[in-house]
Design a protein around this ligand. Structure first.
Ligand code: SF4
Length: 256
């Protein structure tokens, strides 16, 4: 059984396009929704799901984290209720572990065909969209349930090949996929967020204001998003690109 962990960005979109082109079997495609994805990502998932269905492939299954009562818990709610920020702001990757990886694993643990597959002594081949330009992320991984596979690296597809594949399929480019409050966002992306989705930028600022912080200044780690956005609105260029860039654990290609 081969499955795809879809990230909503350029890499995993291109990986699926490549698998369709090559006629590779895919049993299930999952996307973990933190509840704070970008509006264009939610739109793209619908469009891409329809494209996959039209090519005889499964639609994208959405997995979400739930609380003990079984109610959906978003990363934003979690941060607000605990007066904190996504853990990547503090240099940890627990937010992606809890809101991206675990919901998908939990889904599989309850998915009948997967349980049968494991019971018969097989492992699931899980395709991850790391591209040929980032081989350091593609560590060999195998346990009792999963063996990771990195098709883009097998095919030698870097960013340009990924963008080309999506274009070849007649699809629009997906754009950047991340939480709208992701502390890994670069300054120009934060300013762009405020221009494109001002209500989301405001919610991110509210999360920042609500957090009790001692070791960092704000969502930008060494700077506050609120101050950056206000400076930009006042046309003040007080914020050179941060030296505190943190790799996003959910990175899925830069795109166009
Ligand atoms: S996109 Fe950023 S904030 Fe959201 S789960 Fe991933 S690392 Fe955390």
């Amino acid at each position: 059984m081969q499955v795809v962990s879809y990230g909503g960005g350029t890499n995993s979109t291109a990986m699926l396009v490549g698998m369709v082109e090559k006629g590779e079997p895919v049993s299930l495609i999952t996307f973990a929704d933190t509840g704070g994805e970008m509006p264009h990502t939610y739109e793209y998932i619908e469009l891409f799901s329809a494209w996959l269905g039209g090519n005889g492939y499964p639609a994208i299954t959405i997995a979400r984290r739930c609380d003990l009562n079984g109610d959906v818990l978003t990363l934003e709610q979690n941060c607000l209720s605990t007066n904190t920020l996504p853990s990547i702001a503090f240099g940890f990757k627990t937010c992606s572990q809890k809101f991206k990886i675990q919901p998908q694993e939990k889904f599989f643990n309850n998915y009948g065909p997967a349980k049968e597959w494991w019971k018969a002594g097989n492992t699931i081949t899980r395709c991850v969209g790391y591209d040929a330009g980032e081989p350091q992320r593609a560590k060999p991984y195998s346990d009792d349930k999963y063996t990771n596979r990195y098709p883009l690296i097998e095919w030698g597809w870097g960013r340009d090949e990924c963008v080309d594949a999506i274009r070849r399929a007649g699809l629009p480019q997906p754009g950047k996929s991340s939480c709208f409050f992701c502390p890994s966002m670069k300054k120009h992306e934060i300013i762009q967020l405020n221009k494109r989705y001002p209500e989301l930028a405001q919610r991110a600022i509210e999360m920042e204001q609500n957090a009790t912080l001692t070791s960092i200044t704000g969502l930008g780690r060494g700077f506050s998003w609120e101050k950056l956005i206000k400076a930009d609105e006042a046309q003040l260029d007080l914020f050179p690109e941060s030296p505190f860039e943190i790799d996003c654990a959910c990175y899925d290609g830069e795109g166009e």
